[in-house]
Design a protein around this ligand. Structure first.
Ligand SMILES: [Zn+2]
Length: 246
């Protein structure tokens, strides 16, 4: 048994554990960030809908104002026509002014109808806006809570991740740089950089090792890779195949 091989295997075993914890924390972080994004998008959507309704309301109100103005002008026109009627000097003039009066009255009726319709539309739209604002308030409160919870959870996970990363760098320093590089390269490809050798098999890919190689690894004579998945192989110190040290 080679003591430095034994030591390196112990470090690899610790690294695998801490790296798996970091990987899971990263997954959780991804999920939490996504959840937070969803919640923010929901709020943005509700706000956009309300803005649109308010815009419609303002437009209708402006239209109603324009129609009321139009009605005033027509009223004035009616007044003038009535004056003209009083001053009419003969039947021909009277008839002409009466036709004018008829037309103006008809226009006025149409405009007043339009104003009436706008009032009804505005009433309905106002109800819609109020409901929307109510919904927005509820949504904002709910989203505020969800956002707060998500942010708190994010911070907590980020802190855990920071702690694990610090722990990892302490463990990793105990490996020779070349070996750490190799481990990280394998990990980048295969998610884990090292695997336990147990019962002559690589526990990661389940492949049986050539018996001679397995024996040398179990004895900690050599630090080697799985011929199938390339992961670095380690055995537990308390493995029954290895007699206790000392
Ligand atoms: Zn393997």
């Amino acid at each position: 048994m080679n003591p430095s091989v034994r030591e390196q295997m112990d470090v690899l075993r610790e690294l695998v554990v801490v790296d798996e914890e970091i990987r899971k924390l990263d997954q959780e972080l991804g999920k939490e960030r996504e959840a937070l994004e969803t919640v923010k998008n929901d709020l943005a959507r509700v706000r956009t809908a309300i803005e649109r309704q308010r815009g419609e309301y303002e437009q209708l109100e402006a239209d109603r104002g324009a129609r009321i103005q139009e009605a005033r002008v027509l009223q004035q026109q009616l007044e003038r026509s009535r004056d003209k009627l009083n001053r009419a000097r003969n039947e021909k003039e009277t008839n002409a002014v009466q036709r004018e009066l008829e037309e103006t009255r008809k226009l006025l009726r149409d405009v007043e109808d339009a104003v009436g319709k706008r009032v009804i539309e505005l009433d309905e739209l106002r109800k819609g806006v109020l409901e929307g604002e109510d919904q927005e308030a509820q949504f904002t409160a709910r989203i505020g809570q969800a956002e707060g919870a998500a942010s708190a959870k994010l911070q907590e996970i980020e802190k855990q991740r920071g702690d694990r990363a610090a722990e990892r760098s302490v463990v990793a320093k105990r490996l020779p740089p070349g070996l750490l590089r190799k481990y990280d390269q394998i990990r980048a490809k295969r998610q884990t950089g090292a695997a336990r050798l147990e019962g002559g098999r690589c526990k990661a890919c389940n492949m049986h090792l050539p018996p001679q190689l397995a024996t040398r690894i179990v004895r900690c004579d050599v630090l080697d890779q799985c011929p199938s998945c390339n992961r670095l192989l380690f055995v537990d110190a308390a493995s029954p195949s290895v007699p206790p040290q000392g």
